[in-house]
Design a protein around this ligand. Sequence first.
Ligand code: FNR
Length: 380
Amino acid sequence: MDDGAFAGFSEQARRRLPRLFADYIDGGAHGERTMARNRAAFGQWGIVPRGLRDVSSINLATQCFGRSWALPVFLAPLGFAGMFHAHGEQGAAYAAHKRGVGMGVSTFSIAPMEKVAATGADLMAQIYVFRDRALTRDMLERARACGMDGIILTIDTAITPVRERDMRNGFRHLSRPTATQMAGLLRHPSWLYGQVRGGAMPNVGNIAGYTGSRGVMAQARDVVAQIDAGLDWDDLAWLRATWGGTLVVKGIMHPDDAIRAAEIGADGLIISNHGGRQMDPAPATLDVLPAIAQAVGGRVDIMLDSGIRRGGDVVAALALGARAVSIGRPWAWGLAAGGARGVGLVLDTLAREISDVMALAGLPDIAAVRAAGRNALWRF
Ligand code: FNR
């Protein structure tokens, strides 16, 4: 796979992580065709160089979902990130805070959201509407109590599809490691040492209170069982009525769904195919963006993720109607490769490339990118 500007980070991550975590990060559903298509879609757009415009200062400051960030980049919610490095989710949040960007805290965060929030980062809690609504209400209460005024409802995980790499590695049965798994883990003493030192090992801390089961994957399975495949639009309306803060719906891929979510009162949408980890074959997010942007017509802010690996990818997404993008695997690789510093470097790398592209396109700020729209682009 083309890891773009992050090839060095992903290489390091694969060297440092036990195979089953590296594959969990890198892999996708079924034939991984959606993953490949996400990247290929960015390859179809060029950005046209423009000269004789004052680009002596490039400003990447962005407003999205009623928040202000230094870059149009958000750290996507990632489950189990605390297993990738002892700095865990707190390390990523610290890096996000330092760079002035926001971050989503996964339901499956190893660190409890309260600890992640203590970094002072601008966080949004990623939640599910569980079968037992009391669990969801409790999560909302916790998010509010630690100062988060925004939530992200993920809607593309009604079921978890086959991910062949995870099946091969027995990822979901890690709570009773097989001999092969143990051997794999033991081949990475620096990782093991980091986990033990960081104390991150055996809990999905964000949800540990809801499950009596022992072992990280057993806990995760209990919570996955709470994800209700019967969820529908009425449940979104229930959440809208229950949560007074910013509500963002993640996993929108169809204009009709975007319109419906906006009508129910969502404040924002994330166009996402979960990085190719859910539906395969799904269209690329960049390919569905223009029709969705047109359908919502500026009523709600749109963020896009899945396959962002270069500054030019970000600029193309903004020109086609997104207000910001989020990155998943790149920050997982950065964290695995170098903890909080690695995540910071991932953000710096992307910021530098966005700035390069904007300068050479004669677009000094994000408003200029959005105003230029397709006029800044070339369809190959
Ligand atoms: C995810 N993603 C995800 N999304 C979510 O809403 N809740 C979650 O717990 C997770 N967990 C998760 C773990 C890992 C290892 C990955 C790679 C992804 C999806 C994530 O938020 C985002 O949509 C994708 O990662 C974006 O695609 P890229 O940037 O990874 O290509």
